[in-house]
Ligand binder design. Structure first.
Ligand SMILES: C[S@@+](CC[C@H](N)C(=O)[O-])C[C@H]1O[C@@H](n2cnc3c(N)ncnc32)[C@H](O)[C@@H]1O
Length: 329
């Protein structure tokens, strides 16, 4: 099986863009997605007949093992091109993919299978836009609580961790992604930070490996599952929870069926004066989502104000949206 099919095309952005146009969902998936999402969003389950090809994932908090170095034992690391990060190679997931998302993705020729696999195995290009924006705009993470929503490889949360955030939480739809990609990536990039020469931070200010690694169990929490379910888990957990100062999210508005759950998650989890930084393609051909549709949805809900803080015209047009509660400072 060729695990490079449609994965990690971030090194080859324009090719990935054409995939976005043609290989996101098949119409049969779209139909099931719409019905199920509406039921999930409204709680309206009048017709209990199982007409589904999928069901939404329950929420789960993932344990962080004591021996973090062990997480990298069977992993192959690749550098992220022109970036001071490494990533776990998806090839090493062979045989250990409990959800079967790699084989399902390959056999369906798709990077997204609604309700089954939502794309977290690869790094999508808007992540790089948002990484660039966070750096250029000098967004400060020190002592902030941060959520990387729909994290996949978790690079956005890793930046916050490196930036001395007080807490960094990671969420992905798929538990396989959290266990096999996100958590090992966090560990690998903590270790890499100690040795990295490309980072702009002066050596004296770089966190020591041990310091950064020891932050992982104390500062990080990782969750898998559908957004509404994860929100409920967080809000009902016995562990203390405070709303996030910053929510980072990239390539998560491709499917309009998920807008209600996404919007409500942001509304329930963001701090009163917090900010959401959302990176997205302007339009997701073949799926229907995109920045204008999402902004319209948000406007109608009348909870958040939005502003486009960056647009990029290279390849498919993309942008970064900043969101804050109406009336917030
Ligand atoms: C296209 S991937 C983007 C991954 C990563 N942010 C990036 O830019 O590389 C979309 C991500 O959103 C999350 N996601 C999408 N729909 C979701 C839903 N309904 N509930 C929970 N997570 C969802 C998935 O975890 C998935 O990793």
């Amino acid at each position: 099986m060729d695990f490079r099919f449609n994965f990690f095309t971030d090194e080859n952005e324009n090719k990935e863009d054409t995939h976005d146009e043609t290989e996101l969902y098949s119409p049969k998936h779209k139909e099931a997605s719409t019905e199920e999402s509406k039921q999930a969003a409204t709680g309206n389950h009048q017709d209990d007949t199982p007409k589904t090809k999928f069901c939404f994932k329950a929420a789960k908090e993932h344990d962080i093992p004591k021996d973090l170095n062990k997480l990298l034992e069977d992993k192959v690391l690749e550098t992220v091109s022109d970036m001071p990060y490494v990533k776990v190679s998806v090839t090493c997931l062979n045989g250990s993919d409990e959800e079967g998302i790699i084989s399902k993705s390959v056999s369906s020729h798709s990077d997204l299978i609604p309700g089954v696999y939502e794309g977290g195995l690869k790094i999508w290009e808007c992540t790089f836009d948002l990484l660039g924006y966070l750096s250029e705009a000098e967004i400060q993470f020190a002592n902030k609580t941060v959520l990387d929503l729909g994290c996949g490889a978790g690079l956005l949360g890793i930046v916050a961790l490196r930036g001395k955030a007080e807490k960094v939480h990671f969420q992905d739809y798929n538990s396989t992604v959290i266990d096999k990609i996100t958590l090992p990536n966090i560990v690998a990039n903590c270790i890499n930070e100690g040795h990295d020469r490309k980072t702009s931070m002066p050596p004296s200010k770089r966190p020591k490996v041990a310091e950064c690694l020891s932050d992982v169990p104390t500062k990080c929490r990782l969750f898998s599952g559908e957004w509404s379910a994860v929100t409920q888990l967080l809000l009902s957990s016995n562990k203390p929870f405070s709303n996030y100062d910053i929510i980072l999210t990239s390539e998560t508005i491709y499917n309009p069926d998920y807008y209600s759950a996404l919007h409500d998650t942001l509304a329930q989890l963001l701090d009163t004066n917090g900010r959401v930084y959302l990176a997205s393609k302007v339009h997701y051909f073949g799926v229907g989502g995109g920045i204008y549709l999402f902004e319209k949805f948000v406007e109608e809900r009348n909870v958040f104000k939005t502003s486009v803080v960056q647009t990029t015209d290279k390849g498919l047009q993309r942008c970064i949206l900043e969101m804050a509660f109406k009336g917030s400072s």
